[in-house]
Design a protein around this ligand. Structure first.
Ligand SMILES: Nc1nc2c(ncn2[C@@H]2O[C@H](COP(=O)(O)OP(=O)(O)OP(=O)(O)O)[C@@H](O)[C@H]2O)c(=O)[nH]1
Length: 614
């Protein structure tokens, strides 16, 4: 039951976390108690100048002045780009009083009595001027300002006109404190977010999930720079408000690009396609808007309402696309959507405040960017860790597979090696192996000056066995003879099948007499044990053997093969079934006694033998 309810429980927890985040951020952002100027009169249009150049409306008690509680966007604008505001400054015991204004839309002049005490932007002869940014304002107030009327002349082609945010008389030191307090949070958060951006950049450059980390980096850079560019303390760093607002616009406009990229990375199907279109649209807007501002075609201020109108459509669309897929998402994707919902709702509220749909209040956008950046970084690190673990496991499996394949290959190589040195019929070593061993033993005998004997054995009249009993019977004889040879010379020397019905036995540390003894014993055994093939006796099988030894017969052990062969020839020639030890006389006899064909055949065979000097 508990498990069945688990997904709902998880969703509830996520929603609770979202709510707590919002409550905490709103509490932390609570503004200081203001001393606002909230009794205003306004009048649309611009004042004509007096003869002395001062605006005529400074002294006007005309009925056109109407009351309002807020100096922002008074009713009845009807296309007006000029507005006059007036109020009476409050009484109080001030030590260093200033007038603090959050923002002026767009340019303005402030008069106290008939004296111009502050200007923001430049008015031309028609009372118009260019946008110069949205800084906060701290207007020095002269002594004995209390109770005096204050006038504001405003020009704005922007959607808003008048004073925006807070307008209050306060001590200069309190303004500075408020600036620092309001900025500290944004600057601290932007520092964290920019740090995340740097980390995400490193992952983008060097790790997998490049696109995901790249999108986080983009979002974090954009939101971090935006927070710095809109922190009130920016004016303490550099006074060029227009420069700050350009940076703010650029980074603000990049937010939906990064958001779209991030969400499209996680979401699938049509949602992904829509999100891709949205971020591309916003990217195009950033390029066009900032480009036109830079070449002076468009006022930066006018790019904000167009962007906000666009965002008012795309942001809820993105939110809707993400929320519609919510039930199908994995836990990490849900976390992303929840943090996005939190951030998007703050962003939308901020837009509503900026355009006067909701009365002015500070919106903790920085907490939204922080929550979203951290959630994303956590998700990607989590994902990254899992990918690394999977990779490590895959590597381990691959390594195991490679090791097992290598072992298998080694085994096959050994098998092949064995096969290439082994005679498949008898299982004895073959001639290739004999050549190696023979070279080695010759070298050793010469070096140690030790004995080395070579026996060359041949089955007598083997052709007859083949002819009489068949090839298979002949094979079985070879197998049987090989077994007896192996057994007979076990521990004494190496036995190899030299070819056909011929065998060799190489006996290290064996004198010629010992070798002859071994040979005779073998020949006796073989000749006394008749062989049977498929219960049929094969008759008497005998061997002939030639023996040669180092150093008894030659000082060059490599010649042993030739000498043993000559002795074997003698054994065959003198009646077979015997062992002949080489003697000098055999060499001459061989060529005297042998018929030409045999001699030529022997010579031809010996040409292939190691140690042959022919
Ligand atoms: N069954 C069988 N026969 C083989 C094999 N290798 C060689 N032979 C036969 O061995 C016979 C050798 O014949 P020869 O060289 O005339 O020698 P031989 O009949 O033993 O006569 P001598 O050596 O003079 O006693 C040939 O008929 C070959 O075909 C083998 O692996 N199996």
């Amino acid at each position: 039951m508990w498990l069945r309810g688990y997904p709902q429980c998880r969703d509830t927890l996520l929603m609770m976390a979202l709510t707590i985040l919002m409550v905490i951020s709103c509490t932390l952002q609570a503004s200081t108690s203001p001393q606002p100027l909230n009794q205003w009169e306004y009048r649309w249009g611009d004042s004509p100048p007096n003869v002395d150049g001062t605006p005529a409306w400074l002294y006007s008690d005309a009925l056109e002045w109407q009351s309002t509680a807020s100096p922002s966007n008074p009713p009845g604008r009807a296309g007006h780009q000029h507005l006059w505001l007036r109020t009476v400054l409050p009484e109080g015991n001030w030590s260093d009083p200033v007038l603090y204004i959050t923002s002026i839309d767009l340019i303005g002049q402030i008069y106290l009595d008939d004296e111009l005490i502050y200007r923001h932007g430049e008015f031309d002869d028609q009372g118009r001027g260019n946008f110069v940014g949205w800084p906060w304002h701290m207007v020095d107030l002269p002594e004995s300002f209390s109770g005096k009327p204050m006038y504001l002349r405003i020009f704005s082609y922007y959607t808003d006109i008048g004073l925006w945010g807070e307008v209050k008389v306060m001590e200069r030191i309190d303004v500075l404190k408020q600036i620092i307090r309001d900025s500290a949070q944004d600057l601290a958060i932007s520092a964290i977010v920019l740090l995340l951006a740097i980390l995400a950049t490193i992952f983008t450059l060097f790790g997998p999930e490049r696109r995901g980390f790249g999108s986080i980096a983009l979002f974090a850079y954009a939101s971090g720079l935006m927070l710095i560019a809109e922190a009130p303390a920016r004016q303490l760093i550099a006074s060029d408000a227009l420069m700050w607002d350009t940076l703010r616009a650029g980074s603000y406009y990049m937010l939906p690009v990064a958001l779209g990229l991030l969400l499209s990375h996680w979401l699938e199907g049509s949602a992904k396609r829509w999100l891709s279109q949205i971020w591309r649209l916003h990217l195009a807007y950033v390029i066009v808007a900032i480009g036109l501002v830079q070449i002076g075609t468009v006022s930066l201020s006018m790019t904000f309402p167009i962007f906000d109108a666009l965002l008012a459509v795309t942001l809820p669309t993105m939110l809707m696309l993400a929320l519609l897929r919510f039930p199908k998402l994995s836990l990490e994707q849900r976390l992303l959507v929840v943090s996005f919902t939190f951030f998007a709702s703050l962003l939308m509220t901020d837009m509503l405040v900026a355009h006067g749909f909701i009365s002015w209040r500070p919106i903790p956008l920085s907490y939204g960017t922080l929550a979203f950046s951290i959630a994303n970084a956590a998700i990607f690190l989590w994902h990254y860790r899992r990918t690394q673990q999977t990779l490590a496991m895959t590597n381990e499996t691959l390594e195991l597979q490679v090791a097992s394949r290598t072992a298998e290959l080694d085994r096959l190589v050994d098998e092949l090696k064995g096969l290439s040195f082994e005679d498949p019929l008898t299982g004895l070593h073959n001639r290739r192996h004999f050549n190696t061993v023979f070279d080695h033993e010759c070298h050793r005998a010469q070096q140690d000056n030790s004995h080395l004997s070579l026996l060359m054995l041949d089955v007598d009249h083997f052709k007859l066995i083949n002819d009489q009993f068949g090839h298979d019977a002949g094979d079985s004889v070879l197998v049987e003879i090989a077994a007896r040879l192996r057994q007979h010379f076990q521990g004494v020397g190496v036995v190899c099948r030299f070819g056909g019905e011929e065998f060799v036995a190489l006996l290290p540390a064996t004198t010629v007499d010992q070798a002859a003894e071994y040979a005779n014993a073998l020949l006796n055994t073989v000749s006394q044990q008749p062989l049977i093939y498929h219960e049929e006796p094969l008759g008497l099988i005998t061997l002939s053997c030639g023996v040669a030894a180092f150093p008894s017969h030659t000082e060059e052990p490599q010649k042993l093969l030739r000498l043993a062969d000559e002795a074997l020839y003698q054994a065959k020639h003198s009646g077979r079934n015997r062992c002949v030890v080489w003697a000098e006389s055999h060499h001459t006899q061989q060529f005297t006694l042998a018929p030409a064909g045999v001699s030529i055949g022997l010579t031809t065979r010996l040409n292939r033998l190691p140690g042959s000097d022919q």
